[in-house]
Design a protein around this ligand. Structure first.
Ligand code: ADE
Length: 505
């Protein structure tokens, strides 16, 4: 791989003589030469720019000067000549090296005059790329660097200054079959392309075979194929200024350490680059990934192609229809297998119709939260909770079996007893972390509404045969505190009653 960098500040590229290029030179995998654009001028002032056509501020770099420079470099050697090979291997003792950046402050006259090692070579045969750093280019990404490292033999970097390079330069070379890559380092404006040229050499150069000592480190770093930012890293001392390396990294359990790192990567990416989360392949994720993402405000299930942002909010009157549809879909899943459809339908018609939801939503005693896919083309509600708040420090749902005298963790209720009347997640979203996120939001909502009380409680009833739900409620911090008979249509059902304190995490 050879980089020819053309700039009006060729001395700038002496930095490339430091670690990266130095190493690359030893290994013979990378050549870099810096050239002074002014060497291709003909006038005594060595002018490279002129005023913009059509008026406006600043100066534009001339196409004719750039054309001469790029033509000459494209016609230059595609492979190392004998002399360059010798220099690359540290055998040359004198003479001008075309690829030494620190000394390449003039154009490559020697290199250009030497016969091509590939006679009549076309730019395609060299797999040449003309890279033009510009704030109006496409963002420079790791994918683009990987492609260049894998496909290009030589990259000519044309560093613009002032208002940039006459647009016909890119147009002309693209028309001649040279790949023109106009790239930007980011959404900010530098004074010229030099910093971006160094970034390109380093980002592409380190991907070349033999450049990085441990190629595995390329796989795990930020912006690798996993599409996540890298997790935080630590080394000795174990304790520094009161900060300890996380225990999980010290225990020697590699599986746990890998999971911890993956979670931190997801967390960092969600916080710093949510756009990258939306680009992840959800099919490549496991259940733990999906649960972590749900904690971070994104949702993905087994059928999703990409995670989408999750929104949990209080429902409003406009949601009554969609809530009723979700409630009708999900209620039967909580019923025992022996229960007849007619009884379930009767219960749904009586308690979960759009009209009934309209009433809940109009009554401030009911708190209704919905979890929805907030991405473009979102798939609607994934789950909901329906809570009944009592007056003051009373108990909600006494007729439903509220455990008025329950004590939990040895603590006696001192404040309202809220009823968690419904907590349902649509089938497609079970096991995705949606229920955990919805529960945390519900508990936060209840905590907020009961914050003036010392020990408010929340209770619920669930069918005694529903082992999945019983296990889930225990994980959510509920304890079994009693039983009740619950009518579904005309059928009595045996329920277990759970309760928990609201003000504990
Ligand atoms: N030249 C000036 N600003 C630049 C940027 N942000 N990226 C690449 N080249 C530039």
């Amino acid at each position: 791989m050879r980089f020819d960098i053309v700039s009006v500040f060729p001395e700038f590229f002496q930095v490339l003589d430091l670690s990266l290029v130095g190493k690359a030179r030893e290994r013979g995998v990378l050549e870099v030469a810096a050239h002074d654009l002014r060497d291709w001028t003909d006038d005594p002032h060595r002018t490279v720019d002129d005023t913009p056509a059509g008026g406006g501020a600043g100066m534009v770099m001339r196409a004719d000067i750039w054309g001469k420079a790029i033509d000459e470099l494209l016609a230059g050697p595609a492979r190392k000549t004998g002399e360059e090979e010798a220099v690359a291997q540290g055998r040359a003792t004198g003479g001008r090296s075309a690829r030494a950046c620190s000394r390449g402050t003039g154009k490559l006259r020697e290199g250009a005059k030497r016969p091509n090692t590939v006679p009549n070579a076309t730019p395609e045969a060299f797999r040449a790329v003309l890279a033009i750093p510009t704030p109006s280019g496409t963002p420079l990404t790791q994918r683009a660097c990987e492609r260049l490292a894998g496909q290009a033999d030589r990259i000519i970097v044309a560093c613009g200054r002032y208002e940039g390079i006459d647009a016909r330069v890119a147009e002309h070379y693209a028309g001649r079959g040279v790949e023109v890559f106009e790239y930007s380092l980011g959404d900010y404006v530098l004074n010229g392309g030099e910093v971006a040229a160094v970034a390109l050499v380093e980002a592409v150069g380190r991907l070349l075979p033999g450049m990085v000592g441990n190629p595995e480190s390329l796989l795990e770093e930020s912006h690798s194929a996993a599409g996540l930012l890298e997790y935080p890293v630590y080394t000795r001392p174990v304790e520094w200024r009161g900060l300890r390396i996380p225990e999980v990294l010290l225990g020697g359990n590699h599986r746990e350490a890998a999971r911890w790192r993956r979670d931190r990567s997801l967390e960092r990416t969600a916080a710093r680059r949510p756009d990258m989360i939306a680009g992840l392949d959800a099919r490549a994720m496991d259940k733990k990934d999906r649960r972590m993402l749900a904690e971070l405000g994104f949702m993905a299930n087994r059928g999703s192609s990409h995670p989408t942002p999750m929104r949990i909010r209080e429902a409003g009157p406009a949601d009554a229809e969609a809530l009723a549809a979700l409630a009708a879909r999900t209620f039967p899943d909580a019923c025992p297998a022996w229960l007849g459809r007619e009884d379930m339908d009767a219960f749904i018609a009586e308690n979960l119709s759009a009209e009934r939801f309209g009433e809940y939503l109009a009554d401030p005693h009911w708190l209704v939260l919905v979890c929805e896919d907030a991405g473009e083309g979102g798939t609607g509600f994934a789950g909901y909770t329906l809570c009944l708040l009592p007056e003051a420090d009373g108990a909600a749902g006494i007729e439903e079996g509220a455990p008025v005298n329950a004590t939990v963790d040895g603590v006696v209720r001192d404040g309202p007893l809220v009823e968690l009347s419904k907590f349902y997640v649509d089938r497609a979203w079970r096991g995705s972390g949606v229920s955990g996120a919805l529960w945390r939001a519900t508990l936060a909502g209840l905590s907020q509404r009961t914050r003036q009380w010392r020990e408010p409680f929340v209770w619920l009833g669930t069918n005694e045969g529903n082992r999945r739900a019983r296990k889930a409620y225990r994980k959510m911090g509920f304890a079994e505190v009693g039983e009740r008979t619950f009518m579904v249509g005309d059928e009595p059902n045996s329920d277990v009653i759970f309760a928990r304190r609201i003000h504990v995490a």
